[in-house]
Design a binder for this molecule. Sequence first.
Ligand code: MN
Length: 489
Amino acid sequence: MNAKYNFWFYIGSQPLYGAEILNKVEEHGKIMTESFNVDEIIPFQIIFKGVGTTTDEITSLCQEANNSDTCAGLITWMHTFSPSKMWIHGLNILNKPYLHLNTQFNRKIPFKTIDMNFMNTNQSAHGDREHGFISARLRLKRKVICGYWEDDSMRKRIAIWMRAAIGSIFSHNLKVIRFGDNMRYVAVTEGDKVQAEKDLGWSVNTYAVEDLVKKFNQIKSDQIEEKMGEYREKYHINTENLESIKYQAQLELAILEMQKELNFSAYTDCFQDLGELEQLPGLAVQNMMEKGMGFGAEGDWKIAALEAVMSEMSRDLGSHLSFIEDYTYHFEEGNEAVLGAHMLEISPAIAQDKPRIEVHQLGIGGKNDPARLVFEGKEGPAILATIIDMGGRFRLIVHDIIVIKPMEAMPKLPTARVMWKPQPDMITGNEAWIYSGGAHHSVISYDLTAEHMKDFASLMGIECIYIHKDITIESLQNQLLMSDIIWNR
Ligand code: MN
C-alpha cells in the first residue's frame, strides 16, 4: 500500500429520516470501510467521512477534500435519498477525482420481512439516480461503478479507478526537466507546454546541459565507488571497460544532485546536445528509470511525463514499465511481431533476467562508447501507451500487446529489447496506431491495463484511443473523425 494517498468515502442522506435511520446508515458505512480496508484488492486506504445531510456539511467536506494533501479522491454513495441540490456547490468546487458508487448494504431483498421501513432505509436504487442526475447536469468528470460492495468484481473496478486517480493527482504536481531541446526536425516530440500544464498539470522546463556538467564535475570518487557497488549488486558486468561504467555512475549521481534541487520526477536528454559530456546517459538513466524516474529520449518530454505518471500509478505493483520505441518488424507470415528497443534507454524494470552491463559504440552523437544494460523483456500481456499533441488537445493512445520470447537469440544486438505481437494482429494493430498518429516512442507497462489508462484519460479530460483485440480499421477511422468534432471545442 502506498501510504502517500488515501480515499474518502462519504455517504449522502438528508435530516428527514431521523436519527435512528441515519445512525444505521453511518454504521453500515463503517462496516463497509473496514471491509474495504482489509481487502488486498483495494490498494489504498479508504477513510470513512460520515454521512452528509445538508448543503453546508457537503460543501465543507468537499472543501476539506480539496485542501487535503493525501486525499486522492472522493467516493460517494447514497444509502438513502439525498436531494441533490444539496450537492451542487460542493461538487462544483470539488477538485479531486470523484467516484460514485451505486451499491446497497444488503445483497438480497428479504422477501419475507420487507416492509416500508426497510425500503426507506435501503433506497440507493433511486437515491443514486438523484445523485447521478446532478453530476450529469453539472457535466462533472466522474466514474460510476455499480455492483455489490462485497464482490471482487466491483472492488477490482474501484482499484482500477484508484490508480487512475493517483495518476491524476501525481500528474497535477509533476515537474519535468529538459536537458537540451528535442531532436532536430522531429515532429512528434514537439508539443505545447502551456497546454500540457493546463490540461495535464505537467510543468515542463529547460535546463542547460552546462548545469548538469557543473554537477558532474563536483561528484567525488567515493560517491562513484558506492554507485559502482550498487551496479555490481544489481547487474552482471560484461565488459573490461570499467571507466565507461564509472562515467555513467558519475552521470547518474549528477542527475540525482539536480533532482535534489529541482524535485523533478521525469527528464529528457538529447544526443544532439550533450555539451561537454563524453557519453550519452545509458546505464545512468536505465538505473534511475527502474526506481520510477520518467525518461524520454531525443527530448521527448511528453513520454517522460507519461512514464513517470504510469510509474506512480503502479508503484505498489512494482512499476514494471519502460520507455520503448517500435524499432524493427518481423514479417514472417502468420508470426508477425515488432521488435522494440532503443539506442540505450530501456528500463531494467521489465527485464526477464538479470541485465548485463556492456559497452558498445553508439553510431550517432559522435561521443564515447556508453555503458548500457542489455537484456530481454519479460513475456506476457502488456500495454503500450503514448501521448501526442493534436494541436489544442492531447490524445492518449493505448494498445494491447502480448510480449513474446524472440524466435531466435540476437547475440549481436547491443541493446535491451522487447518483442511483441500487437492486438488484434500486427497488420491491423500497426495500421490503427499509425492512423491514430501514435508516436514511435511509448511506455510499455506490464502492470497497468487499458482500463487504468481510460480512467486516467477520463479524469484528465483528454481524448483516449484504445487499440484492442476487437478493433477494426473502419470503426477506428469513424472514431477518429468523430474525435475531431468532439474534441475541437
Ligand atoms: Mn527514439
